[in-house]
Design a protein around this ligand. Sequence first.
Ligand SMILES: *Cc1c(COP(=O)(O)O)cnc(C)c1O
Length: 389
Amino acid sequence: MDTAFEQQVRNMAAAMRFPEPVYVTRPNLPPLDTVTGMLAAAWERQWLTNDGALHRQLEDELVRLLEVPHLSLFCNGTIALLTALEALSLEDGEVITTAFTFPATVNVLHWHRLRPVFCDIQPDTYNLDPAGIEALIGPDTKAILPVHVYGTPCDVNAINDIADKHGLPVIYDAAHAFGVRLRGESVLGHGNLSMLSFHATKVFTTAEGGALVTQDPELHRRTCLLKNFGITGEESVEAPGLNGKMNEMQAALGLAQLAGLDANTDKRRCLDGIYRRLLKEEPGLVLLDLPSDVEPNYAYFPVRVREDAFGMSRNTLYNALKAFNIQCRKYFHPLCSTNPWCRLETGALPHSEAAASEVLCLPIYGTLPESWAETIGTIIRSLGALARA
Ligand SMILES: *Cc1c(COP(=O)(O)O)cnc(C)c1O
């Protein structure tokens, strides 16, 4: 920002600044007494983890809600993903994935001595571009690991066709895709395994938590075994498992949230509509399309900032919004390919690199007042007008 522009932003902010920080998200918190009520029962049972009653109930409820055949709860999404790689016996090779994701997607590969091979994304969906996958498949390729970025389903049919043709397993990082449906069915039905995250920043949360979903009963059995040390009985250990179990406190938080999920989605849809109405005509801002065959979960509201047309860069907008106490997030910057342990030369992933420097995620969560979304949209438009003046 040049100083004159900075001064103008400060003057504008003096009049319109939020009195408290507006975060990009806030956890979806159920009434506390519904949580403590369930915890009281756990106290009564004196049972805190290891396939407790609440854990079992949450698994059953999620299987029903998400319309998936098998779901196994985990302590977090990262350990779930790590376990998925182990369940498929993947190690010492290459995995084709995206650099435009949260670090966990790529970091877990290193724990299995797998090397990420980065495929570029589609500029409009931000998801792995199937057209780039086949050229990257070689003798060391072990799997494909796509991410449903911002909850937008990947091109699952094209990815399935490539995987089938080359005999490769597919693991979806579905951390953003809780409840998302594609052509009337759960998006979690694709690939060998899908990972969900229930981190506090996700649309459905157990504070920390996650799950693996699969259609394959044998793979389900393996994931359940591997998350509990591989123990099959008091004196038998069948596989080198780790501790990936979800505990009863986490499960209680999850169960208590189920009743309010539809209302949360409705509120997010409404906020999404407010942003779209205010920003769709704004020069230089590109909003993420919601395809008509997708039922979204409105987990994120990414906006792409084209500097030439909008008048300022994504980074300048990010900083200017901070002056208004609006804390947006640059999901996903930096790209995973720039990590020292998988450094890739710049220029290799043009669409990923452009997205990482142009996308800003705006605040969206169930308790965000509609008037705040109106104000945020209005501020962004005013900043654009100021920058172009
Ligand atoms: C949140 C997230 C994860 C990690 O999940 P945790 O439950 O925090 O371990 C992995 N991948 C993506 C794309 C995420 O957004």
